[in-house]
Design a protein. Structure first.
Lengths: 281, 286
């Protein structure tokens, strides 16, 4: 019997033990640490009633915060989508001294605590900072404005694009590009018509990951944002402010909006990744 | 034979960018990475040493800094092993067996990555806070979770939940079940099979996941900020104490503590690269 089951249906009827135990433990731990607390949020929010929820979640101040979080995350993700493709391209296609070092540097935002990035960026872009001072002379203020938020979100978002696009570029068949060239396509034309369509799902996935991260980001943003209500106050910060004022209804309602936005992005990202896989790259 | 070879070479050349463009793109990539990524790292150390080496080291002569370091290590020492054990258990269930709802389970395990850190902290306040689900019961029994160490541990466990499993699941799925099934059919117990067959096969992936889990656990800010209460010497982890020092305009001390976290990040990156070269894969997104 065992020989047959090993030879026959490897995955479906495995002889390996521990299915019930490991699945049971996983579901229990998942429920306790993740699902139950998230359910508490949805439950508390639904306790507000429809009108109560609307009143708490969509105040003018909250709307300004959503617009700011959405807008800055969108702009930052768009910028790093372009920058990330250039960085990934150079890392995959060219070789030069120090490339490995550069490649390792890409992951720094994943490893550096957000608060550390936040105070560092605030120091750099403050009016007496390394970049803030020369920019101030040109009349450009970055720190304590929405521009500062974009800078912080670019830092957090860049590795998502590079690390998503890199493997796809690596697997790209060079012969197709050579064929395009032999048919008379210029290099730019080849990029637009051959390479870009192949890497587009990966670029969009990286963009979506960076955007989703930006929507909920807190630590790297609050030090450089200025945090002025209606102007430079992001949605996650408003949750904390509501909580500190013991306005649990407000905090819960705004958090629900942020949570739902995050889940929507998760669906989009999953869909993009399936599209990416279907292309077989 | 010479003509096709020459044509091939010509096509290969035509499928490359001209030298000036290659140089331009390389310079752009290096410039972007320095501007966006390297400069903040340099700023951490620059600001920390702004008033000299003496002032830097004097920053650590502060009981609250030491207690913040201790608390950060304590929280990671609980959250990381627990998430590692459950990450391995979950990966075994998901990678070794077929069952209905498997992809849903994988999505649920990844869920914390889609939740804003602030929301991750808030949900625990709603469960364990004074006004939360278990609040009255906890108060009656004199147990404090929010604004205390257990809350910090729980919030950290939430945000670092997926790290180990998401490294192991694809790795274990790729490796298949053959080796384990051979061990079982030769009479090994499930436990023996795991220790002698599975664990040696996944050790690099496991280490990779633990490394990333630990970096996030020690550096987490938003989630622990909500549940901490910021009690000096008691509930401030290193990132939270960095914020307090910074807001008190004690910049040298803030950046000095931050420099420790930056060094942790650098060590993490170096170890991560070493593992990637040894075991080849790099699947890290997130």
């Amino acid at each position: 019997m065992s020989v047959q089951s090993i030879a026959g249906s490897l995955r479906k009827e495995t002889v390996l033990p521990g299915f019930g135990l490991t699945l049971g433990l996983t579901l229990t731990y998942l429920s306790l640490i993740v699902l139950m607390p998230l359910a508490a949020l949805i439950f508390t929010a639904s306790g507000l009633g429809w009108q109560g929820f609307i009143d708490a979640a969509f105040t003018p101040r909250a709307m300004a915060a959503y617009r700011l979080s959405f807008g800055t995350a969108l702009i930052a993700a768009a910028i790093v989508a372009v920058v990330g493709v250039i960085v990934a391209w150079v890392l995959v296609r060219y070789s030069f001294p120090g490339k490995r070092f550069l490649d390792a540097m890409v992951d720094l935002p994943f490893a550096l605590p957000t608060a550390v990035a936040g105070i560092a960026l605030a120091a750099i872009y403050a009016e007496n900072g390394w970049l803030g001072a020369p920019l101030a002379e040109m009349g450009l203020k970055i720190a304590f404005t929405p521009m500062g938020i974009i800078v912080a979100l670019m830092f957090e978002g860049l590795p998502f694009v590079v690390r998503t696009v890199e493997p796809v570029l690596q697997d790209l068949d060079k012969e197709v590009e050579e064929a395009a060239a032999s048919l008379g396509a210029g290099r730019f034309q080849t990029f637009l018509r051959v390479i870009l369509p192949a890497i587009l799902p990966a670029v969009l996935t990286g963009f979506a990951l960076a955007f989703a991260r930006g929507l909920g980001e807190y630590g790297s943003v609050i030090f450089i944002a200025g945090n002025l209500p209606m102007v430079s106050e992001i949605a996650p910060l408003l949750i904390i402010i509501k909580l500190e004022q013991f306005d649990y209804a407000g905090a819960t309602a705004i958090a629900t909006v942020v949570l739902v936005a995050g889940f929507l992005m998760l669906f989009v990202i999953n869909w993009l990744q399936r599209w990416n896989k279907r292309l077989g790259v | 034979m010479a003509a096709p070879a020459a044509a091939d070479a010509k096509n290969r050349l035509a499928a490359q960018e001209p030298l000036w463009l290659r140089l331009l793109l390389t310079a752009l990539a290096i410039g972007f990475l320095i501007l966006i990524v390297a400069l903040p790292l340099a700023a951490v150390f620059g600001e920390a040493f702004r008033q000299g080496v003496g002032a830097y080291f004097a920053s650590f002569d502060d009981v609250d800094v030491l207690s913040a370091i201790e608390l950060t290590l304590l929280v990671a020492a609980i959250a990381v092993p627990v998430n590692t054990i459950f990450g391995v258990i979950g990966s075994w269930a998901i990678a070794k067996f077929e069952f209905v709802g498997k992809s849903l389970l994988v999505t649920l395990i990844d869920l914390p990555f889609s939740v804003s850190p602030v929301v991750a902290g808030l949900v625990y306040v709603l469960v364990f806070g004074v006004h939360g689900w278990f609040g009255p019961w906890l108060v009656a029994n004199d147990i404090q979770i929010i604004f205390a160490v257990p809350g910090l541990v729980l919030a950290t466990m939430f945000v670092t939940f997926p790290f180990v499993a998401r490294e192991l699941i694809p790795l274990m799925e790729e490796q298949g079940n053959e080796e384990e099934e051979a061990a079982i059919s030769l009479g090994a117990s499930g436990w023996q099979t795991f220790w002698r067959v599975t664990l040696p096969n996944i050790k690099w992936g496991l280490l990779y996941g633990v490394l990333l889990c630990n970096a996030r656990a020690m550096g987490e800010f938003g989630a622990v900020s909500v549940v901490s209460g910021h009690i000096r010497g008691e509930t401030n982890t290193m990132p939270l104490y960095v914020e307090i020092l910074y807001n008190e305009y004690n910049f040298v001390a803030a950046f000095a503590v931050a420099s420790l976290l930056a060094m942790l990040a650098l060590v993490t990156l170096v170890l991560k690269k070493i593992i990637e070269w040894r075991f080849g894969g790099s699947s890290a997104i997130g």
